[in-house]
Design a binder for this molecule. Sequence first.
Ligand SMILES: Cc1ncc(COP(=O)(O)O)c(C=O)c1O
Length: 386
Amino acid sequence: MSTAAPRPIAFFDMKAQQALIRAEIDAGIARILDHGRFIQGPEVDQIEAGLAAFSGAKHAVGVSSGTDALQIAMMAEGIGPGDAVFLPAFTYTATAEVPLVLGATPVFVDVEEGSFNIDLADLERRLALVQKEGRLRPRAVVGVDLYGLPADWPAIEALCARHGMFALDDAAQAFGGALGDRRLGTHADAAALSFYPTKTLGCYGDGGAILTNDAGRAELYRSLRTHGEGKTRYEVQRTGMNGRLDSIQAAILLAKLPLLEDELKARARAAAWYEAHFAGRVQTPRVPAGASSAWGIYTVVLPDAAARGRVQDSMKAAGIPSAIYYPKPLHHQPAYAGAHAEGIAGGVPPLPVSERLCDQVLSLPMHPYLAEEDVARVAAAVIAGL
Ligand SMILES: Cc1ncc(COP(=O)(O)O)c(C=O)c1O
């Protein structure tokens, strides 16, 4: 007797989503081919309005990627040489890359074990060290809502307000998440979004946006994304960059945005299924009190690197994909180690949680089109490998 092969489980599933909106996407692209405004077309204005309405932020500025969103937001503050930018050691490389590109110094901060986000006590400790040393000016904190879990924005904002620092939310993995009744994008001074295809709202190429409630900042972002343009096309007011969102990517986002609310609910449902399967057996993400995760990525914490290796093998044998976000903390990356040592030259405190998590985390399939039986199969493969 032959048994049917189990249905494949995707890590992210963009195909299932595309099947729902293929006609809108085709029509949206066709409209752009007809009107020919490939850059700064009407679709860009429309998606900016949609993003502002969805998040509750007063202004949304479409840009060319999440990385460029971070860069434009920091350029607008004039962040550069001599400035310290505090950010978690456990995040994607872009968060640290941007201050370095601008000539500023990243100061790596440890993260909390359960939420994976910046540890406020460690942030205060490092800020005090930078102030004591007096070499760098504390200018900004980049909080990252890792895997979709909101960072502690009220505490980060209060700290930044006390010390005159810019609070920037790297919400690349978290669009749709909320703290209390306010979505990410309305916390911090500005929030950077990525529309990389696998994000909670993704396009079919690179794209991003900056959300802010501050009209002055939004105007600067619009100028900086277009080579520092002034009121007229060839008036250059400041040094900017080519950081625009293109019309075709905006059209993809316009087709996808109406799905997002339901997709966020479906992600939360999948997370709850995981939670039920893993209860008492596997360490699952801790959603901070009053927060809702966007569940961009679903990550468990395993006892150690050996256990993680066994679980990966078990999942592979069952034909289920997994991924490690991230295998190395940023201060151990060859490109950043020098900046790390220089950040607090008088002796850098250790970053034990970030280092440990890099050995322990494992991300499991997470997308809105997972069925309960898919989650059950993933969980069984994880548990079998422990
Ligand atoms: C936390 C974080 N920050 C920034 C980025 C950069 O976004 P993009 O790939 O759109 O440049 C990403 C993208 O993966 C990310 O996960």
